[in-house]
Design a protein around this ligand. Structure first.
Ligand SMILES: Cc1cc2nc3c(=O)[nH]c(=O)nc-3n(C[C@H](O)[C@H](O)[C@H](O)COP(=O)(O)O)c2cc1C
Length: 252
């Protein structure tokens, strides 16, 4: 396998949830903005925006909505946003109708832009010897978060990212063996859960630093457990949130 600085960083990725009490320098911030801006963008529509949350009280309110004490704590908090508002405004102010901005197709392209920008920034962050944790929890209470962020229609917060100087050294979290995830030409449909035995054992040797040092359940136990079991959650408001934002209006 090829070994260079970038690849080394990528294959040694760990999510960081404890940071030193220091915010990003201007130079680091400018770099993040530049990398964000230069990410590939579907049909050159530039459908993503980045919100840096610096207001202490707002950070605390976002932390409460996310329910994770490292959100908005040490380091810097960013929110990656699908943004079709800007292009709608361009069309509107130049005298044309909204066209396809309310379709699922255009929303998908905006999601693609936003997620690529997220990972591009994530790689830049790690290359600066900083760490980050992605924050899907910004959508744990979608309607409340929309209100908190005071976002206009045609925008949608996709992921948060807490960034900073790492103050912990988590173990590398073992991933599925590639024979289960990387294929050539044809997707194999003969998956057999029994083949995951060795991987299951490996996963249980991982120590989770999230709460207190503890080992985690095997992979198959996680997949058959609470996370994916049927239950109601505010996250089920996501389709409502999309429609409230006048996104995916063709998706009933
Ligand atoms: C889309 C996405 C959302 C995530 N949301 C959260 C989150 O809200 N809080 C958190 O602590 N970790 C979150 N994570 C981090 C995952 O838990 C982590 O990537 C996974 O357990 C693998 O660990 P590693 O990143 O250290 O390799 C998220 C990761 C992804 C890709």
């Amino acid at each position: 396998m090829i070994d260079n600085y970038t690849i080394n960083k990528q294959i040694n990725h760990r999510s960081i949830r404890k940071f030193k009490n220091k915010t990003l320098t201007n130079e680091q911030l400018t770099t993040i903005y530049k990398v964000f801006s230069q990410t590939p963008t579907s049909m050159f529509m530039q459908n993503a925006s980045l919100l840096h949350i610096t207001d202490e009280e707002q950070k605390k309110r976002i932390q409460d909505l996310c329910g994770q004490n490292y959100v908005g704590a040490e380091g810097d908090l960013f929110i990656f946003i699908v943004d079709l508002y800007r292009n709608q405004q361009i069309r509107k102010q130049l005298g044309v109708d909204d066209g396809r901005v309310h379709t699922t197709d255009i929303f998908f392209q905006a999601m693609e832009d936003t997620i690529l920008a997220f990972q591009n920034v994530a790689n830049a962050v790690e290359s600066m010897n900083l760490g980050y944790v992605p924050l899907g929890t910004i959508n744990d209470h979608p309607l409340k978060m929309l209100e908190e962020l005071n976002l206009p229609e045609l925008t949608f917060p996709v992921l948060g990212m807490q960034v900073g100087i790492p103050d912990q050294e988590p173990q590398l979290k073992p991933r599925l063996p590639q024979k289960f995830t990387c294929f050539e030409n044809e997707y194999p449909k003969n998956f057999n859960v029994q083949d995951l035995k060795a991987y299951d054992e490996k996963v249980t040797t991982y120590y989770d630093l999230r709460d207190s040092n503890r080992r985690i359940d095997s992979f198959t136990k996680q997949i058959t457990g609470a996370k994916l079991n049927n239950h109601q959650t505010d996250r089920d408001e996501l389709p409502k949130e999309l429609h409230k934002q006048r996104l995916c209006l063709d998706w009933k």
